[in-house]
Ligand binder design. Structure first.
Ligand SMILES: Nc1nc2c(ncn2[C@@H]2O[C@H](COP(=O)(O)OP(=O)(O)OP(=O)(O)O)[C@@H](O)[C@H]2O)c(=O)[nH]1
Ligand SMILES: [Mg+2]
Length: 219
């Protein structure tokens, strides 16, 4: 029964993945300002109603004041081996701080328009309860928008150490998973993929334009 009080109590712990190099942006994406707000503040605001707790995965100081109520966690595997290292840090953090949680939710730092119903829909799609629930839109998987079972931490660690390219999709394929398709957001300027990804200064400009045009967009 989606949306009842019991569901609210089962909101998952969440981790914002901001531990990458931001090399295409040229500065830490957590600190980049969009619509007068840092990406970090924007993603925290979007996630807060959806999550029982929020931690931020960072491996370097982004040079902005960090929210004191959201702990910062670093990768437990050194050398910036890719996004799965952030997922692993999220799983370790959840098992320590939320031992009763079966899953942890991850969202990357660079997709400011992600769905308000992300957590609820991913959670509602779990069948046996031990799956990875992964977001899709427009026929494409968004593997860092996912609910990860805490129990797969050891397998993930072994995968990161073994798979040369630390492939995210190939790791997901090793486990039971459910795909959750999210609709396109309608805007005055046409359809917007809610997982629109801001990797470059040019995409930041595009995101500013989308922000100006958004219609019926619930923040
Ligand atoms: N913890 C951790 N997160 C990473 C790592 N590499 C990428 N990420 C995160 O994975 C997500 C997707 O990565 P990208 O969009 O390529 O971000 P990025 O690696 O910071 O940026 P580029 O250097 O431009 O590729 C972002 O949320 C990154 O913060 C890593 O080595 N460790
Ligand atoms: Mg990206």
């Amino acid at each position: 029964m989606a949306g009842n009080a019991a569901d609210a109590n089962r909101r998952p712990p969440a981790v914002i993945l901001a531990g990458g190099r931001s090399s295409r942006m040229g500065r830490p994406k957590a600190a980049v300002v969009l619509g007068g707000q840092t990406m970090l503040a924007r993603v925290v605001d979007r996630l807060s109603p959806q999550a029982a707790s929020i931690a931020v995965n960072l491996n370097a100081d982004p040079g902005i004041a960090l929210p004191s109520d959201h702990p910062v966690i670093a990768d437990t595997i050194p050398g910036l081996p890719g996004p799965l290292a952030g997922v692993l840090a999220a799983l370790h953090h959840a098992s320590k701080t939320a031992p009763s949680a079966s899953h942890v939710l991850t969202v990357p730092i660079d997709a400011p328009f992600f769905p308000a119903a992300l957590a609820a829909r991913l959670q509602g799609a779990l069948l046996a309860g031990d799956e990875i629930a992964v977001a899709w839109s427009v026929g494409e998987m968004h593997p860092l928008f996912a609910l990860w079972p805490v129990a797969i931490a050891d397998d993930l660690e072994a995968w990161i150490r073994m798979d040369e390219k630390r492939r995210v999709r190939a790791f997901i394929a090793r486990h039971p998973s459910v795909a959750v398709d999210f609709p396109i957001t309608a805007t005055k300027a046409g359809p917007l993929d809610p997982f629109f990804n801001v990797n470059t200064p040019q995409q930041l400009e595009e995101a500013e334009e989308w922000l100006n045009r958004l219609e019926d967009f619930e923040l």
